[in-house]
Design a protein around this ligand. Structure first.
Ligand code: SF4
Length: 613
């Protein structure tokens, strides 16, 4: 067996049999394409794409996973391609196409992006036979056809919102309200129509504003919408399978958009359940009940509804003002956040604003500090990830009786429902939660509604189902290759556990039975006599080995068993803390043998210190 670096930066694997026949793996090679990728973008489709990439790569059922996404760097040339690596799995190459100066809603076809995409596809090694799209906004609607032309790949598209059906993406009317029409901002849209799209969502924002050209501009935008929808349908024709994470979305794409039912598979999102454990909500008797919001601060998320509902409660029940508080988590948005903060300040309610967090820290940063999660979105959400995450941790969810939100919450069972976009109804529900403290204990007994154990689908089972789907779609191709080539004589895999001899010469004890540090042991004496420095493994070696093996099956590591691992410090000052962080980053176990005599700065013993970490 040998490994070599391909031009994509990916480690390619080939197998040598005794007769020196070289054979490539026949497992599917996956290319994931999305309009953004963490850590540059952290919204739903981006986080999902990253989780999927890492798990597909770790599954050992794919031959390669690579990513094409965009970045927005105004200081670099347009359409420059930069290669990066996934932050959790450095064997996954990411190709970022710079696209920083786009005019919104002008180009649904972008020939420059298309050229970059084709160029990358031509050079990927191994050649992908599955291209799985997450979102094409900010890219180009021509990419599915290009993937077919260049790679002859099967095309899959996960529906994260309504962007294919609605040019604005959320069926939320987003034009500028006019004093003449008295149009309310962010009304729910009843359906796509070229003329209505042009008048309600486009001309009021993008036309010149002159009255003389009004009709001409209306005609232009009606034509633009028509062209856009025609191009969307062309793209849809090249897609072999759509994945709908909610029944609500599946139904709308079939009933309203006319996708063939056999081409829209319902597959709920999968979650890394290992980061959604050990929630500890400790609330003393007088602590206020805490309602948390997680997510972007954009108007469609309805944070203003939550603040207005809280204000209503304080106005009608001033005695409850100190009995609850609102905590808003998420990346601030320049104008929206400051307006929301002003609204909160003048409303007499207690609101705390907390920054964005890494998803792996959701328990420690969010769920340990809230009693309810509120999802007040004013659009018909697809299948909010945060509802799943809260349910896995048994945090009851308050959300609207609409769209993919109500699909996940049963009123009075695992959460509470309010009338969509209705402040008074939301206020009533929050009031009920405050006035009935026992309700919380009842609601947090239940989690996800669609499994016997009430756990959300795991990312592993989600990936298995996707791989089944990939295999079904590529069946013909794989069989053909198998007929042409002999079977691999071995498969590349890593051990489940690796022991690193990090610092065998360090120990603060000299136990009599220890073969290294006992006073009867010759080893340390010999080392000192020979003036050999204490052996300390460079942390970069540990890091590189973990990065290379984690996708091949590594599950846990053991730092030095002969020395005391908590005394580890390499020549560059990296310590045991860095080893803990490494394990957390790669989601692998740390198998620790310690003499337990070390104390954290807070006075915890070595073992509890590590547990705490
Ligand atoms: S009018 Fe058109 S663009 Fe606006 S929300 Fe409705 S479908 Fe979307």
């Amino acid at each position: 067996m040998a490994r070599f670096l391909g031009i994509s930066g990916k480690i390619n694997r080939v197998f040598f049999s005794t007769s020196s026949i070289v054979q490539t793996i026949t497992k599917p090679s996956i290319l994931l394409v999305n309009h953004g990728y963490p850590p540059l973008f952290n919204a739903g489709s981006e986080v999902y794409t990253q989780t999927l990439a890492v798990r597909l790569n770790r599954s050992r059922k794919t031959s390669a996973v690579s990513i094409i996404a965009r970045e927005q760097d105004p200081f670099r040339a347009d359409f420059l391609i930069r290669q990066a690596q996934d932050e959790h799995d450095s064997t996954i190459p990411i190709f970022l196409i710079n696209h920083a100066r786009e005019a919104p809603y002008q180009r649904f076809v972008n020939t420059d992006i298309d050229r970059c995409f084709k160029n990358l596809c031509q050079n990927l090694d191994p050649k992908p036979n599955i291209v799985h799209f997450g979102h094409l906004n900010h890219l180009s609607l021509t990419l599915p056809q290009s993937a077919k032309d260049i790679l002859d790949a099967k095309i899959i598209y996960t529906l994260h919102d309504y962007w294919l059906m609605c040019p604005r993406g959320q069926f939320l009317i987003n034009g500028v309200a006019s004093t003449f029409t008295n149009q309310e901002p962010y009304q729910l849209c009843t359906g796509q129509d070229d003329k209505i799209c042009a008048s309600k969502c486009f001309t009021s924002r993008f036309a010149t504003g002159t009255t003389t050209n009004k009709d001409r501009e209306m005609d232009y935008w009606t034509w633009w919408i028509n062209e856009r929808m025609r191009t969307v349908r062309q793209a849809c024709d090249t897609i072999d399978m759509f994945i709908a994470p909610s029944l609500h979305l599946q139904k709308r794409f079939i009933d309203e958009f006319g996708l063939p039912p056999e081409k829209v598979k319902y597959l709920p999102y999968g979650f890394d359940r290992s980061i959604l454990t050990h929630r500890q909500r400790i609330r003393s008797l007088n602590d206020p009940l805490t309602f948390g919001y997680i997510g972007r601060h954009s108007p469609s998320k309805g944070i203003n509804l939550l603040l207005e509902a809280a204000q209503q409660i304080v106005q009608t029940h001033p005695e409850l003002a100190n009995q609850f508080r609102i905590v808003i988590y998420g990346r601030p948005d320049s104008t929206t956040t400051s307006n929301l903060q002003t609204m909160a300040k003048t409303s007499g309610i207690t609101v705390e604003w907390r920054s964005e967090y890494k998803n792996s820290e959701i328990i420690a940063r969010v769920f340990n500090h809230v009693d309810y999660i509120v999802v007040p979105s004013i659009w018909n959400e697809n299948s909010p990830l945060v509802i799943h995450e809260a349910q896995q941790c048994r945090v009851p969810v308050i959300t609207a009786n609409q769209g993919g939100m109500s699909e996940l919450v049963k009123d009075g069972v695992n959460g509470l429902l309010f009338t969509h976009r209705n402040v008074s109804s939301l206020a009533q529900v929050i009031l009920r939660a405050i006035q009935q403290p026992d309700l919380l204990d009842k609601l947090n007994q239940h989690g996800y509604l669609y499994s016997n154990d009430e756990q959300v689908p795991s990312i592993e089972s989600h990936v298995d189902q996707l791989i089944d789907l990939y295999s079904t779609l590529t069946k013909g191709d794989v069989e053909e290759r198998i007929n042409l080539q002999p079977k691999p004589i071995e498969s590349l895999s890593a051990p489940r556990r690796i022991t690193f001899d990090t610092n065998p010469d360090d120990c603060n004890f000299s136990c009599i039975m220890c073969e290294q540090h006992s006073e009867h042991s010759p080893h340390q004496k010999a080392r000192k006599e020979a003036k050999i420095r204490r052996r300390r493994m460079d942390f970069d070696i540990i890091k590189q080995v973990v990065a290379e093996t984690v996708s091949l099956g590594l599950e846990e590591i053991i730092p030095s068993t002969m020395g005391e691992p908590l005394m580890y410090r390499d020549a560059k000052g990296r310590t045991f803390e860095d080893i803990i962080k490494l394990c957390r980053d790669y989601n692998i176990k740390l198998n620790l043998t310690t003499n337990g005599s070390f104390f954290s700065p807070q006075g915890h013993s070595g073992i509890s210190y590590v547990m705490q970490k």
